[in-house]
Each structure stands twice: as C-alpha cells, then as structure tokens.
Design a protein around this ligand. Structure first.
Ligand code: SAM
Length: 291
C-alpha cells in the first residue's frame, strides 16, 4: 500500500468510533434478545441474525446452522468479510486467538469447535465491543473464552502461547500492519498457524483515471477498504515477519452491487465500467501461513 494518508492514531480513533457505535446499537439487543435458533424464528440469513448488512465489511460466509444458539447481538454486530472458521480447520483442544474480536461472533464459533479442552482469546481495542462480547459470551455460558483489551500492534499475550490465529477483516484496519503481523508471529507456538479472512487488492490500483492516493482517500478506513494490502504486499509483510507456507486465496471478488450507495465522491465521476473494474480489484481472501 503506497500511501498512508493519516497518522496511525487518527486512523485508530476513526476505527474505534465507528465500532463503538456498532457496539452501542447492539448492546441494547444483547440484553433483551434471545439466541438464534430453530425456535426463535431468527435463523442466520434472516434480518435478525444475518451478519451481512449494508454496513458490514463485505460478505461473511456463515451458514445458517453455524449460527444456531448464538446470541442475536453477536450475529447482528458482526462486521467481518469472510468466515475464518471455514478456513482454519480448528481442532478439539486448540488455543485460538481472534484479532479484533468485535462482538464476539468468531470467538464463540471457534469456542464450539475447539470444545471445552480448548480455549479462545479475543483481543479488541474498543471498550464497548469488549463489553458486548463479554455480554454475548455470558448469555450462552461460554466458559472457554476470554476477551482482552489490546491492540493488534501490541498483543496482550505471552510468546509462543497460541495454536491458531484467526481474524475477520481486521488486519486491513491496522495502520501498522508490520507490527501487527510480527506480534501475531510472536504469540504463535512454533508450528502454529495463521488463518484469517481479509480484504486484499488483487494486482494494484494503477491504470485508472484517478491516482491510488485519490482512490484510498475516497474509501473509508473504518469500512475496511482504504487500508487493504495488495496480495504482494501481504505476502511481503508475512515473509518479513518470518511466516512460511504463505497462501492467499481469493474467495470473493467485489462488484458494484457490494458497494452500491457507498461509492465515494472521488469515484462517482468515473465511467461505470471503470468503477466496476476498480471495485473488482478488491477481494475478500483467505490468508494462511505458518510459524
Ligand atoms: C471487522 S470487526 C471484527 C469482527 C469480529 N471478528 C466479529 O466476529 O464480529 C473489527 C473489530 O476490530 C477492532 N479493531 C480494529 N483495529 C484494531 C486494532 N488495531 N487493534 C485491536 N482491535 C482492532 C475494532 O474495534 C472492531 O471491534
């Protein structure tokens, strides 16, 4: 990513404000609402339990049955762009860390997969999101989870303690990705693995009538787009952080429908075909690597 347009603190503050608002909206339903399930009339995929609303970061790929018995507020507050569980192949007894755990949906899904002998940590920098995640975990009596306040760039976990790191559309939000990926490497056990979903640029943002700087300026950091790395940049940062067996798999290529109504003014003067091509460079991808 060639242009950082604002200071890291300004970017983090914008991100925190946006996610605090999402948490606030959902804290009210966290207390009142029940869980998603066959009898609640609120299966994943309907308006109550679907995580993919217009303010999400993309297209989470959860199956309705995965969301059964999870708190509605965990599902409704989800702002991911993929399904880390689907790519992480979690096993019973593993210790998992979710980077940017939000309202806790991915932590609670992972907790089911690793079972009572496993454990899942969620780390998030936004107080309201931590409150929401803890409320959601308490609602279903999840005993094998813990939510810690912290930043990706300085993780509140000891060296070599985690089997698997998952994350759902958060690395792109970090203004200091090199530090975030070095920290991920530090806390993984030797042989541990990274399996995250994120928005990644396929190719680069050249060849358009507007510059990369203008494109990134127009796109919001908090909306997961402006800070997206290219595949080459992501591979380079993972290599620099000492990861091996790096694999980036495109799972969804964005199109105009994904962005409709949300196009920044900088891009609105472009021909629709050009915008379509530009938007198509952004993908939701699975990023896997090993320590
Ligand atoms: C896209 S949501 C995460 C989705 C979440 N996994 C779920 O299940 O809903 C983004 C979350 O990442 C957190 N976040 C963003 N940047 C962060 C950073 N640098 N350090 C810690 N948390 C961060 C935000 O506070 C927000 O709660």
């Amino acid at each position: 990513m060639s242009t950082i347009l604002r200071t890291p603190d300004a970017i983090k503050s914008e991100v925190q404000n946006r996610y605090a608002r999402v948490a606030d909206e959902n804290l009210q339903i966290a207390v009142a609402a029940s869980c998603c399930g066959p009898d609640s009339g609120a299966q994943g995929g309907d308006s109550c339990c679907s995580p993919s609303d217009s303010s999400s970061c993309g297209s989470p790929l959860y199956l309705g049955e995965d969301l059964t018995d999870l708190p509605q507020a965990a599902v409704a507050s989800s702002r991911g762009c993929g399904n880390p569980q689907a790519i992480a192949a979690l096993k019973t007894g593993e210790v998992v860390l979710d980077l940017g755990s939000g309202g806790g949906l991915d932590v609670l899904l992972a907790a089911r997969q690793v079972g009572p002998t496993g454990f899942v940590y969620g780390v998030d920098m936004t107080d309201k999101m931590l409150e929401l995640a803890r409320t959601n975990a308490a609602k279903i009596g999840a005993a094998n989870v813990e939510f810690r306040k912290g930043e990706l760039e300085s993780l509140p976990l000891a060296d070599d303690t985690v089997d698997v790191i998952i994350s759902n559309c958060v690395v792109n939000l970090s203004p200091e990705k090199e530090n975030a990926l070095s920290e991920a490497y530090r806390v993984l056990k030797p042989g541990g693995r990274l399996a995250i979903s994120d928005i990644v640029v396929d190719g680069d943002l050249s060849g358009f009538p507007v510059s990369e700087a203008q494109i990134r300026a127009g796109l919001s950091w908090a909306g997961c787009i402006a800070g997206a790395l290219t595949i080459d940049e992501f591979t380079g940062l993972l290599t620099a952080a000492s990861f091996s067996e790096i694999d980036i798999e495109i799972q969804h290529r964005y199109n105009l429908d994904d962005f409709l109504g949300d196009l920044p003014v900088e891009l609105s003067s472009l021909q629709p075909a050009v915008v379509e091509k530009l938007v198509g460079r952004f993908t939701s991808s699975a990023i896997r690597a090993k320590k």
